[in-house]
Design a protein around this ligand. Sequence first.
Ligand code: FES
Length: 142
Amino acid sequence: MPLCSLLFVAACGDKVDDQPLIPYAPVNLSINITNQAYTALRYDNGAVTLPVKGPAGDGGVKGVIVVRQSAGTYLAFERNCPYRPYDACALVSLDRNSRLFMRDSCCNSQFDLRGQVTGGPAPRPLKQYSTSLQGTLLNITN
Ligand code: FES
């Protein structure tokens, strides 16, 4: 196959499996959920955003959004958008007004608070990290 055909195939694949995966970056966060900075985690569906580098530790590629599902269950999501993760703008944020879903303002993909796609071009859910709660200490790792 001529080189140009190979390039065409590589550039134009649009199946889910052909989409670039979010790169690996260390996630090693530890927060005390009773801390004043995390009051949003005191109620169900409350969410906080943790930076890539901060006092809580390493936060993945573009930071992590933590969502409280219930008093004992917390979900943690990579903020890097799964649609075009290498684009500079590929950043998922909690919707400022409703705080009931997450959105990438670049591609306008939307995700519910469980990380599932509810709109836009994203081909897969948000990348999820592991959480474990020990007392009031929430650890997030990959
Ligand atoms: S990524 Fe610019 S892409 Fe959601």
